[in-house]
Design a protein around this ligand. Sequence first.
Ligand code: FMN
Length: 241
Amino acid sequence: MDRRGFLKSTLYIVLPGVFVTGLALIGYSGGRRTYKPSERISLPPPRYESNVSVEYALKVRRSVREYEDKPLTLEQVSQLLWAAQGITEKRYGFRTAPSAGATYPLEVYIVVKKNSVIGLSEGIYHYLPREHGLELIKAGDYSRELMEACLGQEWVLQAAVNIVITAIYERTTWRYGERGRIRYVHMEVGHVGQNIYLQCVSLGLGCVVIGAFYDSRVKEILGVDEEPLYVIPVGVKKGGW
Ligand SMILES: Cc1cc2nc3c(=O)[nH]c(=O)nc-3n(C[C@H](O)[C@H](O)[C@H](O)COP(=O)(O)O)c2cc1C
């Protein structure tokens, strides 16, 4: 698709505000989930300032695979999820990461170990961008199963939490066809991954994006019929940045 084609297909969501909201509502938004959320948790609001510049974060960012044996705070989890998919413009629902045609095909989950986040019990939680909250979709510690699904990569088990990003391709392909599947959705998860890397530096945390895993096993662990694209272990970085 050339630039004109992309702009043309995008214009109709940018122009009339009412129409865009309607499109977001009637556009493909579902996934096929087998879980029934059992508990909702409000996250503390994100903060928009820090002493770490974006330039510094870009300079020092590295993939980190060793972590302190320390829990994360709920504020840190809130900040990470906001960096991943937080809503930064309420009227149209625009987010921290760009999205082709604002179709937002990505869903974000966290896999929490026992005593690894202060104020959260072990379980798998789904991030709700609109509410900036979490819904518990499965209670229990799934970090070992997740490590095994990630070909035994130990940092999955060592991390305080694992962020899992999945895609519901249809949200993007109903508008952009196959190009949405082979390009746009995957570009988008890269934006989200980098947001998380940079936010980690600012919080004194470390993470690594993981692409090597058995798709079907990650799906089974989450209990969703969505395509997992990244597993991202996060923990307190040894020695700080
Ligand atoms: C698409 C993608 C998949 C990756 N998969 C893994 C992985 O499965 N396991 C892992 O430890 N690192 C993984 N990485 C991290 C890379 O190994 C890392 O980015 C690379 O070694 C460069 O190091 P840096 O991130 O510290 O600059 C992946 C990175 C990308 C972009």
